[in-house]
Design a protein around this ligand. Structure first.
Ligand SMILES: [Zn+2]
Length: 250
């Protein structure tokens, strides 16, 4: 599994040789973008956007991603403007889960027809396994075979508490042949589902850092600390490697 460390700080792009996950919301204000030394994936920032405004307030972002590809470089892929389906998000938008799925698929098709050369990857949204299968069919009806995609973003799964539900969704889709990216996966989720994911990202280090008293001069806490983040990442990856023989042996 390829792990992208989530960061609020685009400046890290020029410093970190390992994969980073950066939100479009953080990049959009930069006049001069940092040049990346490691691989990068671009998050849509949709979770923030929909939870704040209850709708996408920005237009399709093909031009922005085109600029990131050119100026930042090393862009592995970018998320479309998908519509998350957590209950508090649908409460905010006032729309049904199925409508969120339609809009998610619709946005990917829009981006694909605007700029087919850009590395947008389709995202799946839903709440229950039937929703994800509905989403899969909707892509298929639009002529997009998700099993042929290099990566498919799996949304609205990883923040949940019900691990049995998550397990069903992740394993069903992975065994259907999808190469999945887990958006915003919790540490425990990663340890559990790493074998079914092609890639994942997480900002969990920052939430942990917020509750960690300063370890370095000038830091109030460790929520924004690159050293703290790098140590967290190493520990996480070691814990996944350690688990790998067990998973392979199953
Ligand atoms: Zn620090």
């Amino acid at each position: 599994m390829k792990f992208y460390l989530g960061t609020h700080h685009p400046g890290w792009l020029r410093l970190c040789p390992f994969p980073l996950f950066v939100s479009h919301r953080r990049l959009t204000t930069y006049k001069t973008l940092p040049r990346a030394v490691g691989p990068v994936a671009i998050d849509s920032g949709g979770f923030t956007e929909l939870s704040m405004h209850g709708a996408w307030t920005t237009t399709p972002r093909a031009n922005a991603v085109s600029r990131y590809v050119e100026e930042i470089g090393n862009i592995d892929w970018a998320a479309p403007q998908d519509w998350m389906c957590e209950p508090f998000i649908t409460a905010k938008t006032g729309l049904t889960v199925r409508e969120h799925i339609h809009r998610t698929v619709g946005n990917y098709i829009d981006l694909l027809s605007l700029r087919p050369e850009l590395p947008f990857r389709p995202a799946m949204q839903g709440r229950f396994i039937d929703d994800y299968l509905y989403c899969f069919d909707l892509y298929e009806r639009a002529g997009i075979d998700l099993t042929k995609q290099p990566l498919v973003g799996l949304g609205s799964v990883c923040r949940r508490q019900h691990s049995a539900q998550i397990q069903t969704i992740v394993t069903t889709l992975a065994s259907a042949g999808l190469r999945l990216h887990g958006f915003g996966v919790k540490t425990r989720g990663l340890q559990r589902y790493a074998a079914s994911l092609t890639s994942a990202d997480s900002l969990a280090w920052s939430y942990q850092g917020r509750r960690t008293p300063s370890l370095h001069p000038g830091h109030i806490n460790e929520a924004n600390c690159r050293t703290f983040a790098e140590i967290w990442r190493t520990r996480l990856l070691n814990s996944l490697t350690w688990q790998q023989p067990t998973l392979d042996g199953l």
